[in-house]
Design a protein around this ligand. Sequence first.
Ligand SMILES: [Zn+2]
Length: 420
Amino acid sequence: MFKNHLYTFILISLMMFNSPSAQVDHVGFQIDVQQLSDKVYRLTHHGFFEVNSVVYIGEDGLLLIDSGYDIGVDVMKNILNKLAPGKPVKFILTTHDHGDHFGGNIGFADAVIIAHEKALPGLKQEYFALSGLTPEENLPDILIKDDTSIFFDGLEFQIRVYPGGHTDNDFVVFIPELNILAMGGLLYSDSFPFVDLNRNCDVTGMITIYKSLFDWLPENVMIIAGHGREYTLGDLRDSYDMLVGSLAVVEHHSKKGLTREEMEEQNILGGWASWAETPLGSLSGWLNTTYATLNPPEPTEAITIGERLTEVLVEGTAEEAVELYQQLKKAAPEDILFREYDLNMLGYQLAYRQRYKDALRILHLNADEYPESANVYDSLGENYLLSGDEEEALIYYKKALEVDPEYPSAKAAVERLTGD
Ligand SMILES: [Zn+2]
């Protein structure tokens, strides 16, 4: 039905001498391009999650749905210039306030940026906190709070606002004439989704959103996920069944009086293990999310330890951040959440700003704090790789497999590094 041309653009041109010992870092960022229809392309940005954005090429300019990572923006500009020489980016529809979806906005000061009004604080803070960039000219020009449409190049782009599933400020974009839907963060293909429990989201919210999509969309729609492969409506029904089915199982065991720990021991979500084989999903994490949906924790004003340490890391070193972490951990203030997830994310954020030494320091802290987690070692492995140290990387990937012999990304990495 559609032509599929896959191009790969790789930038590995920036060599940096960043220390007196003249260590050379190879900095690369990769974006894949796939043509979806006559004027529509999907860009897949290979950052610490693979994230998709959509490019529509109009007569007088381009419209983007999401813009990928800020560190990939030069690569993206290069690509856009090849796809549509000389045409400016006129509109960017920013589906929500996660940096992997909007970071590239920094490269397009002249574009009209549209986002949900609740996205504004996140757009100001996230990522820019560590990049040191001033985002003022790249903040949204138009804030929306309800469903709306924009008309560009003679086409309607319908925007539907869907808070409560992924964040509190998501929208999806449907182009009826082309029968294409871009779902942003509301879809991670073949994976458990990320549901931000701290922002009025839960699994029930996600289920409600999917139901609404089924009522709205035509049967043969092409669905572009924020992360992962294209979906049909049938695929989306499979994801819906996973949401409904896993929540029902947790509810069943909750009613029987099992604790979250007992559910984990009994591996009650084991039937959905294939949905956990992505960087974002884990069975344990999804158990947390479904369990918290049914047993919501008291609302809290707490901030995460990641946010607190980020404040230090904007100007300071990882050593200072670790020191603060130890002090805070000891004092155990009620308004700070200590989670493996946040330290892990913080490590990756530093790594993608080429602050490898700081990244590794934070990830080692995470491994000291959560030694039973395969993921902390897997992250160390990946970050040693990013920093160019294959030997150390292999050590930590193997360590991840000691904890969980089936850990998919560590397994794949060890096979790749050892050649078998
Ligand atoms: Zn997101």
